[in-house]
Design a protein around this ligand. Structure first.
Ligand SMILES: Cc1cc2nc3c(=O)[nH]c(=O)nc-3n(C[C@H](O)[C@H](O)[C@H](O)COP(=O)(O)O)c2cc1C
Length: 173
């Protein structure tokens, strides 16, 4: 269960070569978290293990982004994206995440891995504005239609380009 914490508006930044790594089961429950994850999120290992990854969910993240993430993972593909997360004390941190299915040698997916790096400043600025618009669309559409409306809005904003190409260009470009 995610507890409600007051947002401080303070941003915590990852170091240049720092990576936040976690591993989950098929439902997104955390089964491994590395030290940078604990340091930056301000959660201790016992707070994280066995807990749904939405423990770090930030209220300003559009639902449509997570819907797209799960859709991508369930189709067996890896997901790249900018994510804003919340720390235990209400600070926030932006990451560029690469989430991949964790496969057994026979190909069976047994969980997921996420490796997060420091995001590009240009990427965060661009994505922050886009996510704010998606959130507004979700709020106007109401809970039942939020995801559908937000996904449609994102598709319209991106045009021919996939979200993956868009974010990779922002991060690496
Ligand atoms: C490997 C993996 C890593 C994830 N990392 C994050 C993360 O860093 N932040 C986050 O908010 N959700 C993350 N999620 C998605 C969450 O499981 C969840 O779908 C999301 O927080 C939305 O939660 P909600 O449905 O309660 O709104 C991750 C999922 C997986 C499988």
């Amino acid at each position: 269960m995610k507890s409600k914490v007051a947002l401080t508006g303070r941003e915590v930044r990852l170091g240049d070569n720092e990576q936040i790594i976690s591993k989950t089961d098929l439902k997104g429950r955390i089964i491994y978290a590395n030290r940078p994850f604990m340091r930056i999120s301000d959660f201790a290992e016992p707070d994280l293990l066995g807990i749904q990854h939405n423990i770090v969910r930030h209220p300003q993240m559009p639902r449509g982004v997570f819907h797209m993430m799960w859709e991508t993972l369930k189709s067996g593909q890896e997901f790249f994206g900018f994510i804003q997360n919340l720390t235990a004390n209400g600070d926030h941190y932006w990451v560029f995440a690469n989430v991949t299915p964790d496969q057994e040698p026979g190909g069976k997916v047994v969980g997921y891995f996420s490796v997060r790096r420091r995001p590009s400043a240009r990427g965060v600025a661009t994505i922050q504005a886009l996510y704010a618009d998606m959130l507004a669309v979700e709020s106007n559409a109401g809970p039942a239609r939020a995801i559908e409306a937000s996904r449609a809005y994102l598709a319209e904003r991106l045009g021919q380009q996939s979200y993956e190409r868009f974010v990779l260009a922002l991060q690496l470009g």
